[in-house]
Design a protein around this ligand. Structure first.
Ligand SMILES: C[S@@+](CC[C@H](N)C(=O)[O-])C[C@H]1O[C@@H](n2cnc3c(N)ncnc32)[C@H](O)[C@@H]1O
Length: 334
């Protein structure tokens, strides 16, 4: 249904060649068993994208361009197809003369995180919960050899295909997989990102173990998640919804998260960023109509959510998978 073979071929030239056969088999099985009513509708939009030969793509600004302006017909066709893929949660993207102003200004998060990363040049990267692959393009622009985004949302997968329809980069994909469904312990990615995923996991320590297993020894984890203020023993489990989301489980303090990482066998753990999410970064737009952060905060006190819990604050931590096994043996992790 979706041709991932060019990406699987790319894996053969990297330290991930042992992933080729199991990934191919897994995707074949997934498509054979597929019973998702939305995917055909999304793929129909993809088929409506106009051909624009000679288009250029700048991964740093995440913009497609052409030396000539699009014809009115191309422009209309493109806008209709992209609007058929609403809501665009992650962005911004520019498709020629069309600005896809997504709900999230992901460039803001990237600007906070990028200065702290080990050089991405030539690295093979796994981006867990990649959404439509916005960050993957920024990683490619920073020199990554290959970026495997994984995300169970078909809309995200197809939005990525819409960008790559023009960008034509076989070394960057969004695979329709969760981390739990991936081949475990690939031990091969140089950098693994997990941004905005941990709080959706009922078992956050298992998530950290799975992230560690994907990394090569010495590889770098970049972990970004919702946090609360508190000491290393504190984490919030929202009794019901959190900021109207019904799938939020654990919000640790940054210090507690650092401890979880240590105990999960990571080393060189650093808290590199802490920030309150603002309505400048997350807001309703024409490309993501409906509610957004402003509607999830208490109208009387924007430092609280509508449920009366601390308003969204995020931390980014960076850590390494150890090259020596002592740390893992200490907690019987290996
Ligand atoms: C809050 S968004 C974060 C997107 C992006 N990483 C960012 O930081 O802006 C969480 C994403 O993780 C995906 N997701 C949820 N559970 C996941 C899992 N178990 N494995 C991989 N992705 C998951 C969701 O579909 C969603 O696109």
């Amino acid at each position: 249904m979706i041709n991932y073979q060019p990406f699987i071929d790319e894996l053969g030239q990297t330290a991930l060649s042992h992933w080729q056969a199991p990934l191919k088999a897994q995707l074949e099985q997934l498509f054979a068993d597929l019973n998702d009513g939305n995917l055909p509708r999304f793929l129909d939009q993809l088929r409506l994208l106009p051909d624009i030969p000679g288009s250029q793509f700048d991964a740093e600004s995440v913009q497609l361009s052409h030396s000539e302006p699009l014809t009115a017909q191309q422009s209309e066709q493109l806008e209709a197809a992209l609007k058929g893929l609403i809501p665009w949660r992650k962005g911004p993207f520019k498709f020629f003369d069309i600005n896809v102003d997504a709900e999230w200004r992901c460039d803001q998060k990237w600007a906070r995180i990028a200065p702290h990363l080990a050089d991405l040049k030539h690295r093979c990267v796994l981006d867990v919960g990649s959404g439509n692959g916005y960050y993957g393009w920024r990683m490619k622009a920073a020199g990554a050899r290959l970026v495997a985004g994984i995300d169970p949302s078909w809309l995200s997968v197809v939005q990525h295909l819409a960008v790559n329809h023009y960008a034509q980069d076989p070394s960057h994909v969004v695979l329709p997989l969760t981390l739990e469904a991936m081949v475990p312990d690939l031990s091969a990615f140089d950098t693994v990102f997990s941004m905005g995923v941990l709080y959706h996991r009922r078992s956050p320590l298992d998530h950290l173990a799975e992230l560690r297993g994907a990394l090569r020894p010495g590889g770098e984890l970049v972990l970004e998640t919702l946090v609360i203020e508190g000491n290393e023993r504190e984490a919030l489990v929202p009794p019901g919804r959190y900021a109207r989301m019904n799938n939020v489980w654990f919000l640790p303090s940054p210090q507690a998260l650092a401890l979880w990482l240590e105990k999960s066998g990571f080393e060189a753990v650093r808290i590199v960023d802490l920030c309150q999410t603002t309505t400048y970064e997350q807001r309703t737009t024409a490309w993501k109509p409906g509610q957004s952060l402003a509607d999830y905060l208490s109208p009387d006190n924007p430092s609280l959510t509508v449920e009366g819990l601390p308003a969204p604050k995020r931390a980014t931590l960076i850590a390494q998978r150890p090259t020596k096994k002592q740390r893992l043996r200490r907690y019987q992790l290996e």
